[in-house]
Design a binder for this molecule. Structure first.
Ligand SMILES: CC(C)(COP(=O)(O)OP(=O)(O)OC[C@H]1O[C@@H](n2cnc3c(N)ncnc32)[C@H](O)[C@@H]1OP(=O)(O)O)[C@@H](O)C(=O)NCCC(=O)NCCS
Length: 177
């Protein structure tokens, strides 16, 4: 189940401490994932995001800016990861997708990205781009397709991630909403 805090209604200060991502048991033999909610990341928590991205070897030198929106992925009142969007009209760059190590492999990454795509669709974004060195298979399962760097729209090609921070060998992927 996905629940999404709208982009226009950040819930400042709501991001809570990390969660280890335990599955919730209902009946014997049935294991169900808890609901994942995306909450706007309060500005005062950007340092924690930067540290998490640093630990995951992801770009973190360009987190400030009017076009950038970051979210905490919250399960059972604890954060399991982060994800962000840079918005340029109908195009957007998905960035900073990270699930805490202890919570990986439990489906939270998929739920987090699906929730972000829901937000992107709701605010009128038509194409979501991303660069990845390590997770092309993960994003492929979420409907992203490989693209040539020359296909990137000018606004996406001009982002710091695209132009400077991600290696030229990173895979460019795109999903149409
Ligand atoms: C990539 C990441 C966000 C995935 O989160 P996660 O919660 O572990 O992923 P999920 O459990 O939702 O996995 C969903 C599916 O993708 C697969 N998958 C997960 N990570 C993958 C990867 N790096 N490469 C290929 N497939 C991957 C899973 O096996 C699963 O497949 P299935 O549906 O067939 O079982 C997480 O591993 C992470 O934070 N990695 C470090 C940061 C990073 O590389 N981020 C990408 C930035 S571009």
């Amino acid at each position: 189940m996905l629940r999404v805090t709208p982009l226009t209604q950040p819930r400042g200060g709501r991001c809570l401490p990390p969660h280890t991502g335990k599955r919730r048991k209902t009946d014997p033999g049935i294991t169900e994932l808890a609901a994942l909610i995306l909450e706007a990341l309060p500005n005062e928590n950007v340092g924690e995001l930067a540290a998490t991205l640093h630990d995951a070897a992801l770009p973190h030198a360009d987190l400030m800016g009017a076009d950038k929106r970051f979210f905490c992925a919250v399960v059972d009142d604890g954060i399991v990861g982060y994800v962000g969007l840079e918005i340029y009209g109908i195009e957007a760059l998905l960035r900073s997708a990270v699930v805490f190590r202890a919570a990986r492999g439990k489906g939270y990454g998929r739920m987090m990205v699906e929730a972000l795509l829901e937000i992107a669709f709701e605010v009128g974004i038509q194409r979501v781009w991303l660069l990845t060195e390590t997770a092309a298979g993960f994003f492929g399962k979420l409907g992203f397709q490989h693209a040539d760097r020359a296909q990137a729209p000018p606004a996406i090609a001009a982002t710091e991630e695209f132009a400077a921070l991600c290696p030229k060998t990173a895979n460019l992927m795109v999903r149409t909403l």
